[in-house]
Design a protein around this ligand. Structure first.
Ligand code: IPE
Ligand code: IPE
Ligand code: MG
Length: 251
């Protein structure tokens, strides 16, 4: 695949990646730097999310995947988990109508088993209400881990084998991918992580095999359209080769 196949022409005048994934990191450090409780960082993080969804839509990004709560985040103190769950509930309650009005289709990836029934209900309501929208797909990775997703895919494939509907020898890369949480979506072209950390923290391990990675020092609550555009500019300067040779044939 060439760069132009992976990107779409943008209203902004530069090529915009079709699928952008973001590890929204640094809320706690943003708050600590200001002598505020971590919860305040998370609250300001929700505002950054609103700005980013709007900017992504305006720039012509087709799919925005956000890491909102990892499978490993359960190891945080109960009070922080309560804050984060409360923010998710409030985000969906307050913002769902507006997301729907602006043509956003909400999808959720991650393990649903074991979630609070009311949180699960809200996530499902968001998916159902917005399923026909096609301006921007917002994929919310919630209770998500990449290894866990791959294990779920293997389990779903194994169940098909046990039911006699699938032969083990027919399970290849392409087939296994059909059992992932959102199998119809293309892999991210660009993965952004905020806060200066340079690791994946178990995000989209399968899907980012050939994504371009951009790490920005900005803490997530300060992220805005300009930061997003700068990350996209970095992406535009990269040459994606997918294991092949440079497009101009140079070594
Ligand atoms: C990201 O910010 C939000 C979640 C992981 C839920 P952090 O809470 O990880 O903030 P830092 O990394 O501790 O600064
Ligand atoms: C990744 O950030 C998870 C989310 C952004 C939701 P973490 O803050 O949990 O990652 P580590 O612990 O620094 O690797
Ligand atoms: Mg963090």
């Amino acid at each position: 695949m060439s760069i132009s196949e992976a990107t779409m022409p943008a209203a902004a005048g530069f090529e915009v990646p079709r699928h952008v994934a973001i590890i929204m990191d640094g809320n706690g450090r943003w708050a600590a730097a200001r002598g505020l409780p971590r919860g305040e960082g998370h609250r300001r993080g929700v505002e950054a999310l609103r700005r980013t969804v709007r900017a992504a839509g305006e720039l012509g990004v087709g799919i925005l995947t956000i890491f909102s709560f990892s499978a490993e985040n359960w190891s945080r103190p109960a009070s922080e988990i309560k804050d984060l769950m409360g923010l998710l509930r409030r985000f969906i309650r307050n913002d769902l109508a507006e997301l729907h009005r602006s043509g956003v289709c909400v999808r959720v990836i991650g393990e649903r088993k074991g979630l609070d029934p009311d949180v699960l209900r809200l996530l499902e309501e968001a998916e159902q209400l917005t399923q026909a929208n096609d301006r921007l797909t917002l994929v919310v990775a919630f209770n998500y881990g990449g290894r866990q997703e791959i294990a779920r895919a293997a389990r779903r494939a194994a169940a098909e084998v046990a039911a006699g509907r699938l032969k083990p020898e027919d399970i290849d890369e392409e087939k296994l991918a059909t059992f992932l949480d959102a199998p119809d979506l293309p892999a991210p072209d660009l993965l952004i992580r905020t806060s200066g950390e340079q690791r994946l923290s178990n995000f989209l391990l399968w899907q980012v095999a050939y994504s371009e990675l951009v790490f920005v020092p900005t803490f997530w609550p300060d992220f805005d359209r300009a930061t997003l555009e700068e990350a996209i500019h970095q992406y535009c300067r990269r040459e994606r080769r997918f294991g092949g040779l440079a497009a101009n044939g140079a070594s």
